[in-house]
Design a protein around this ligand. Structure first.
Ligand SMILES: CSC[C@H]1O[C@H](OP(=O)(O)O)[C@H](O)[C@@H]1O
Ligand code: HPA
Length: 260
């Protein structure tokens, strides 16, 4: 086995509360283009410890692109084109499961997609062949195990399971919608988990979600959701997310591509 110096770069897609990655020793910042258009931000190349990393801000830096207008195809393609084969999607989410309150960290294992109207595949238009990827397990098992081990190692409050319900946004949900998500089996709700995960699978990249609960989902507390509450949870929990990234990074870099 080689050292982390020989690993391909790991991609980190930062979401709400993570438009830049402090701790990343930046070596280059490159605006790039793809056949699908421009990604949300320049690619920020650097190292976390001895692992090469390419960081991309999902909503742009500064944060300005709403979840339904993110160019998910360009984001994944841009990372792929610079050699990334393993991606960590960092997501702020609302907690539905009673154990998943603000500042709790979750490494989910499943997704239900409620989004609509988003460009959600690379395989459309005139194709030589129709492609239906297998998506039984949307997150790469070995990548999940590495994040779980890192969260445990750091003594952080986390759950090693969870169904992520991806809603359209940009508005938050009604209480009745959250009850429906709960009946469907969702533990978390966010707006960007899809099509990001499916596009990574189409490119045969490893993909894993590292989620920070930033509010109780609508109707799951005695108050409405405020940006102040969300910002407080980000302030409290994002340092733990960064520690998990640092500890797991070289292991993630050593993973071979998912389907090879
Ligand atoms: C009230 S914040 C909603 C915003 O935060 C999440 O973004 P991300 O997944 O990129 O961290 C959520 O999906 C929404 O876009
Ligand atoms: O409550 C939520 N709903 C959807 N997306 C979110 N992202 C953070 N919190 C939430």
């Amino acid at each position: 086995m080689g050292t982390a110096d020989n690993n391909p770069p790991v991609g980190i897609i930062g979401g709400t509360g993570l438009s830049t990655l402090s701790g990343l020793e930046i070596t280059a910042e490159r605006p790039v283009d793809t056949p699908w258009g421009q990604p949300s931000s320049a690619l920020v190349e650097g190292r976390l410890g001895d692992q090469a990393v390419v960081f991309l801000a999902r909503h742009g830096n500064p944060h300005r692109i709403p979840p339904h207008q993110v160019n998910y195809r360009a984001n994944l393609q841009a990372l792929y084109d610079v050699g990334v084969r393993t991606v960590v999607g960092v997501n702020a989410v609302g907690g539905i499961h009673p154990d998943m309150g603000p500042a709790h960290i979750v490494i989910p294992d499943q997704i239900i997609d409620y989004t609509w109207g988003r460009a959600s595949t690379f395989f459309e238009g005139e194709l030589d062949e129709t492609t239906h990827i297998d998506f039984t397990w949307p997150y790469t098992r070995k990548a999940r195990e590495l994040l779980i081990a890192a969260a445990r190692d750091q003594g952080l409050p986390f759950s090693d399971f969870g169904v992520y319900g991806a809603t359209q946004g940009p508005r938050l949900e009604t209480a009745a919608e959250v009850l429906r998500l709960e009946r469907d089996g969702c533990d978390l709700v966010g707006m960007t988990g899809m099509p990001e995960a499916a596009l990574a699978a189409e490119l045969k990249m490893n993909y894993v979600c590292l989620a920070l609960v930033v509010n109780h989902a609508a109707g799951k507390s005695d108050h409405i959701i405020t940006m102040a509450e969300i910002e407080a949870a980000i302030d409290q929990g994002m340092s733990g997310i960064k520690r998990i990234l640092e500890v797991s990074m070289s292991g993630l870099g050593a993973l071979t591509p998912q389907f090879s």
